[in-house]
Write a protein that binds this ligand. Sequence first.
Ligand code: HEM
Length: 214
Amino acid sequence: MRRVLANKWIKVFVFLLCLWPLAALADRAFHGRLGANPVEFLQHATGDWTLRFLVFTLAITPFRKLFNLPELIRFRRMLGLFAFFYVCLHFLTYLGPDQSFDAAAIWKDVAKRRFITVGFIGFVLLIPLAITSTAAWIRRIGGKRWQQLHRAIYVAAVCGVIHYYWLVKSDIRKPLFYGVLVGILLLWRLAAWFSKRARRAAVPAVASRASVNG
Ligand code: HEM
């Protein structure tokens, strides 16, 4: 498995796989199979894929650690950028066909409808993460600050789940499903963070005991 993940072609394969939802939508559009309300269809599909890619991105680190597959890290940036790519398409379906690029109406809607407000916050949070996703940016702002900044992806995912939960009228099963997934990933992260802190605190304590005894 590790050899497969390290193969240079697997990255190309995953890249093409990430484009598959877009290709499927283009195919549907070409054959007139976007349903009675094509804008709504596109909005829902791109929204779903944004949330899925956010979950895939957040799942990389736990999977890497749990299954001892360090090579998985090669795919995290790509998956995160695809989350951003799909949210841009999602936002475009809203800006254009829904709001006719009317800036005043969009601003009013963002302020008025709470599910749009929280979705917009999620989108805005993802912008600096996409911009700073390169190795050059890690060098420029430093690894630690870069990591702190990129924790905002959890907030963006939570915003996405709340956005979904607030927009559904009755059947909350799907937003709940994503909520549980994001919740598990967040808890895993917090547990890893606390155990790292506890280990760091234990090291000086052991060292000072050793120096007293010595
Ligand atoms: C992290 C950012 C976002 C995520 C994860 C996200 C996700 C979603 C999801 C999962 C859906 C429902 C799909 C379905 O029903 O199957 C949806 C619908 C929708 N989203 Fe977003 N979204 C985000 C940002 C935005 C933004 C910035 C806007 C516009 C300002 C927006 C506008 C909409 C609209 C208009 C709908 C359809 C609502 C309806 O059918 O009544 N979303 N989004």
